[in-house]
Design a protein around this ligand. Structure first.
Ligand SMILES: [Zn+2]
Length: 170
């Protein structure tokens, strides 16, 4: 028995009660499953290092929330740019995290309203053995970006801004 998350389209065990993130809106079951996923990563430093940056960014852009909400829109663009830095620019997770600090608080355009259906969600990670978690996190991150092709030019532009800032200050 499962329920489809209205945002990511993943199938999760239904939950009654509880809460979700303030602006990365999801179904209750989806948010609870994300908590389980994070618990896996917090329990294993090597897995955390390999996957956590991608996990946070992938969840964020699969749950972009209200397109009129400023925090939600900022989160969407920053996490999308982070995925771009790692997956398209070959930056390390640490480099991406550093670079993204330069983007916080900027002005952001409206985001595209709807993604294409995502080929993967964190339901796929939770269903797989933990040994596959790191590779699947990378696949999930890739598919999250693929779902937002209409935003790729802007993710790339923001990634460039973040890298430029980093180079100027280092
Ligand atoms: Zn979801």
């Amino acid at each position: 028995m499962s329920e489809t998350c209205f945002a990511c389209g993943g199938q999760f065990a239904p939950i009654s009660g509880g809460s979700t993130h303030a602006y990365m809106l999801s179904s209750l079951g989806c948010w609870a499953a994300y908590g389980e996923l994070l618990a896996r990563e917090y329990a294993d430093p090597a897995l955390f290092a390999a996957a956590h940056r991608l996990t946070v960014d992938a969840f964020a852009i699969q749950h972009p929330g209200d397109p009129k909400e400023r925090r939600a829109v900022q989160s969407y663009w920053i996490h999308g740019a982070s995925l771009w830095l790692v997956l398209r620019e070959g930056q390390s997770h640490r480099q991406a995290t550093q670079a993204l600090k330069t983007l916080a608080g900027g002005d952001y355009p409206d985001r595209p309203l709807e993604p294409s259906p995502f080929a993967m969600t964190h339901a796929d990670l939770l269903a797989a053995p933990v040994e596959q978690h790191a590779q699947l996190a990378r696949d999930w991150a890739y598919e999250s970006l693929e779902g937002w092709r209409g935003a790729h030019d802007e993710f790339a532009r923001l990634a460039g801004v973040a890298l430029g800032e980093k180079h100027r200050t280092s």
